[in-house]
Ligand binder design. Structure first.
Ligand SMILES: [Zn+2]
Length: 132
């Protein structure tokens, strides 16, 4: 049984397999993110899930210095980026591999690797971003 449900289940299932897939509306050919059961632009329910490379640029970022709930497994500080996928404009949150704490630059290129991260008592698939 698939542990993921909801409109974004294909995203999580693929991520657990080491692939990035994103939804695209067949009605108006726009990317649909966050995923939904119906396109917010044209109302179509026809969705294709297309594989993309884990390449992106920094759209925004923040560094977390203080512990908050469900982050107990992460070393502090950690850096979170809003990564804009290179050829579709979809933006995904993810952690930056940032051991030297070098501040990211908006527009800086990123490449992603597929991994898992611990959130509370659960382990979930994720993309860890790094500078290529
Ligand atoms: Zn549409």
């Amino acid at each position: 049984m698939n542990r993921f449900d909801g409109a974004d289940a294909p995203y999580w299932t693929a991520l657990a397999e080491g692939r990035l897939v994103l939804p695209r509306c067949e009605g108006c050919d726009r990317w649909m993110w966050p995923a939904g059961h119906r396109c917010g632009h044209c109302g179509s329910t026809a969705v294709r899930w297309l594989e993309r490379e884990a390449r992106a640029t920094v759209f925004s970022w923040t560094r977390t210095w203080h512990r908050f709930v469900l982050t107990e497994a992460l070393d502090l500080p950690f850096t979170t980026v809003l990564a804009e996928i290179h050829d579709c404009g979809v933006r995904l949150l993810g952690r930056l591999d940032d051991p030297d704490r070098i501040n990211p630059v908006i527009g800086e290129a990123l490449s992603g690797r597929f991994a898992t991260t611990v959130v509370g008592d659960d382990s979930i698939p994720t993309i860890i971003w790094s500078r290529p």
